[in-house]
Design a protein around this ligand. Structure first.
Ligand code: SF4
Ligand code: SF4
Length: 66
């Protein structure tokens, strides 16, 4: 489980790329993508993204369940 980008929300501002302490995010075309082998789920990118484009499966499941 790792951070993932909701592509329609991503504005390619690269804030998350600069924020990730583990260099787990890179830009692919005009979309930020997370490398799950590098991501430690520190959630720094989620806080950095001003467009709400980054979320975590666990966070989504919590929302869905209640
Ligand atoms: S901070 Fe958010 S909007 Fe900006 S590149 Fe990353 S995912 Fe996309
Ligand atoms: S959760 Fe942390 S390690 Fe994973 S992509 Fe975001 S900033 Fe990088």
């Amino acid at each position: 489980m790792s951070a993932f980008i909701l592509d329609k929300m991503c504005r390619a501002c690269k804030r998350c790329v600069d924020t990730c302490p583990f260099q787990a995010i890179s830009m692919l075309a005009h979309l930020a993508v997370v490398d799950p082998t590098l991501c430690t789920e520190c959630e720094a990118c989620m806080e950095a993204c001003m467009h709400g484009a980054i979320t975590f499966k666990a966070t989504e499941e919590k929302k869905a369940n209640g």
